[in-house]
Design a protein around this ligand. Structure first.
Ligand code: IMP
Ligand code: MG
Length: 175
């Protein structure tokens, strides 16, 4: 089925909000270093933009998880495809995600990371769809709460497409 993308949050709206979150994180972590964990691939665009706006020292690591499911629904079964390079012990860790939807991926991931003994562990997500939550997840920093629509851009994909859009768009299907 053919689809088109309707702009939902403009590039400027997203960038302005990321600046605000960066400022907030810089204040909250004053006097500390923050260890950012990017959840690939979706979190990558957001993490890069966010990291540039944080003024305390930043280190980065990456991990990749896959949930077995269809294009637009996650099944809740999460597999680590690529693990972190560095241990988390004693670090102030901030997980950076593109979106919290059902919450299944993040609740699993946060629990697993907590077991590795970080000094602190927080979660930052660009988007949150609270209406879709199945499992409770504590989110410390949220860019935007959005309605139950399938969105793309700024790292988010539909069938691996549209990650590179500099804005957030809603996928609409043509009939
Ligand atoms: P969860 O349902 O919270 O476990 O989210 C699982 C994953 O589904 C997210 O990390 C995204 O990669 C993907 N996802 C959820 N909603 C959307 C969306 O609207 N657009 C693109 N990907 C999404
Ligand atoms: Mg994701």
């Amino acid at each position: 089925m053919a689809e088109h993308i309707k702009v939902f949050l403009s590039e400027k709206e997203v960038d302005d909000r990321i600046q605000q979150i960066g400022d907030q994180i810089s204040r909250d972590y004053a006097g500390k270093e923050v260890h950012l964990i990017c959840v690939l691939k979706g979190g990558s665009f957001f993490m890069c933009e966010l990291a540039k706006r944080i003024t305390v020292p930043v280190s980065l690591d990456f991990m990749s998880v896959s949930s077995y499911g269809s294009e637009t629904k996650s099944s809740g079964v999460v597999k680590i495809v690529k693990d972190l390079d560095e241990p988390l012990k004693g670090k102030d860790v901030l997980v950076v995600e593109d979106i919290v939807d059902s919450g299944r991926t993040l609740s699993y991931l946060m629990e697993m990371l907590r077991d590795r003994g970080p000094a602190s562990l927080r979660l930052c997500t660009l988007l949150d769809k609270p209406d879709r939550r199945v499992i409770d997840v504590d989110v410390d920093y949220t860019g935007f709460q959005i309605p139950d629509e399938f969105v793309v851009g700024y790292g988010l994909d539909y069938g691996q497409k549209y990650r590179n859009l500099p804005y957030i768009g809603i996928v609409e299907f043509d009939d």
